[in-house]
Design a protein around this ligand. Sequence first.
Ligand code: NDP
Length: 272
Amino acid sequence: MKKLFKDKVVIVTGASSGIGEAIAREFALNGSKVVLAARTESKLQEITNEITSTGGDAFFVRTDVSVEADCKTLIGKTIEKYGRIDILVNNAGLSMRASFLDVDVKVLHQLMNVNFWGTVYCTKFALPYLIESKGSLIGVSSVAGFHGLPGRTGYSASKFAIHGFLETIRIENLRKGLHVMIIAPGFTSTEIRKHALTANGREQGESPRDEKRLMSPGYVAKWVLKGIRKKKRNKLLTWDGRFTALFQRIIPTVVDWAYYLEMSKEPKSPIK
Ligand code: NDP
């Protein structure tokens, strides 16, 4: 693995926390040159310092992925410093928790702006370099990108949109050696549920899940690298996810009920 990723230039969005932070650290451990992007400079600085103080090569660019100009700057600064891009991991993301009946549509706009448009902007500016290096374009998705997740209309919509977008890019570039992978972790212990937006757009502030029992970000990160090594197309990290992908076309109503029952039993669920 180390040989494959050594000196590869990797951009990770949403690298200030959770899965993105773990992915950035994992690439650095494998000898890659890592560019960390997110909005919280203090966290990016801290993680970058830790990577470089242990012999890694990394820098950060403060980036709000929902702002096209920020994504252009991120790619520009990467090229300025390293001259190439081998891997772009579109990981920055935001979730929600509210029924569509109650939610303010501005919440859906916000989710699309970060999850979907953030992926589009970063990919737009990085794609020529990824094609040049015959590199990998990655989308960190979710089972919500394969089947509608109740209480998460905007989240599911943004992940479905990412799937359509990345799948099309894969096909457009079939002859160019570009690798495109969608990876879907299961529930992972991160800040995502605390920052999830509620019906009025305010952060939820707490997690309705027992975070100690969830997947670790480090586990997800290892699978991102393994998936790239094996040039995977889709990587679903849970049996629930694989079950969904396999059965949603054969017994979709069973999958609907499984999702309904799972999400409605959460404490204070907006799904009744
Ligand atoms: P975290 O909340 O821990 O991390 C989210 C990251 O996204 C942070 O680094 C945050 O940084 C960044 N981010 C949010 N908004 C923006 C923005 N506008 N511009 C740039 N960066 C932004 O959550 P996770 O690590 O869990 O989430 C990472 C990805 O994993 C998401 O795409 C999520 O959908 C996906 N996922 C997560 C699962 C889970 O259970 N945790 C399950 C399945 C998929 P900052 O605030 O500094 O900008």
